[in-house]
Design a protein around this ligand. Sequence first.
Ligand code: HAM
Length: 446
Amino acid sequence: MALSKTPYRGTRDFFPEQMRLRNYIFSKMAEVSELFAYEPYDGPLLEEIELYRAKSGEELINEQVYNFVDRGEREVAIRPEMTPTVARMVAQIHREVSKPLRWYAIPNLMRYEKPQKGRLREFWQYNADIFGAPENLGDLEIIQLAIAIMKSFGATNEHFEILINSRRFVDYVFAGPINLSPEMTKKLYKLIDKKNKMPAEKFSAEVQQITSDPKKAEIFEKYVSLSSMKDIETFFKETYSGANQEEDFAKSLKPLMTLFSQLESLGFKDFIKFDPSIVRGLDYYTDVVFEIFDKHPENRRAIAGGGAYANLLAIFGETPLPGIGFGMGEVPLTDFLTTHKLIPSFAKQDVQLLIGYLDASAEKTALTVANALRSGGVKVEVLLGEAKPKKIFSHSDKKEPHFLLMLGSDEVSTNEVQLKDLKTKAVHKINLSDVDKMIATIKGSR
Ligand code: HAM
């Protein structure tokens, strides 16, 4: 029986058009990262599974990771995320390097998920992380970087928003005013993380069940209705019952409020919003957490997610080094860009010049000119094999190069050629030995 031509479920073949789009997306991400002085890194595709067991959370380990036992009896996993790898790498060198450390990568990851809009099994995820930044300033920078990346694709605050919360604040609310045990807190975290994916009544019923007290459920309902920094400050004051209000406020809420006021003063007010339902599914986050959301009602999903983690290096026996970062998948990003018509066309290959030759005697000249032009940075395709004008034109119609050069025995003997600009229809008469003029003509036109 013949084998299937389709790729494994949830993975993709990238044909040239899709590959051009992918390269475009990655190059924008890299360009903006470099503008923010982030350095590139990468890690291995396989890691020992313990790396993810330590801090990534049950869902990732129990439901999503691709793992197997290798020939040496070690249990390994295909990377489902990059954060544990980057933490492992930073743990090796952080003592010797000056901080903060700013790194970015665009790895392919695998998660055993049900393939659906925005979610596949193999996907590429842009990651940016900053380690060892002074308090508050890492958050501030990483969110600006996330906005700059979105803007580099032409997106504005009309297209997307960054929903922000803080685990310090959520921890405080759950342990303080709602007064839940750590086990119940964990359950409630999981429930909030799924809030937007379930009907409101089901959500409320599950909240009642976890809190098992109408008063606690009422405080919780109040918490999930908070929508601004002013709201949460009032909520804090109204529900506070401890003995060190100032200290608890400074610990649980001040960093978040500082982040909002700094972002606002830098002109990013219209990009950010407090959202109590953002808690993030991964266990290692300890502080600010955020997600970038599409504002389009038909594509209301997360394009990126991230947060701050204070203790990730501790799993390698290292002293704490706080980090904050985010991951942005190219799958939801592409959906977002498509929804808002922000993707340029990649249907056609970018060939600047097509050279065709009418008889075999012109072949060597065609190949020599092509190489000379390529050395000058011109993208040249040679139509291989002698061809009649009709065939050259028909190939040219399909490929749509910017310029066309046809060589025959006359051109070879006189050295005079006609370089045709297929966009403007202009014809440039050039001597074949004047390569610089040809390069200037091709590169100078748009
Ligand atoms: P995450 O929320 O699991 O976080 O993933 C972040 C982003 O990766 C998502 O918002 C989405 O864009 C993309 N993504 C996740 N799963 C899939 C999938 N199955 N198919 C396509 N895209 C997907 C993390 O992975 C954290 N490690 C991010 C981070 C970096 N936190 C700090 N630094």
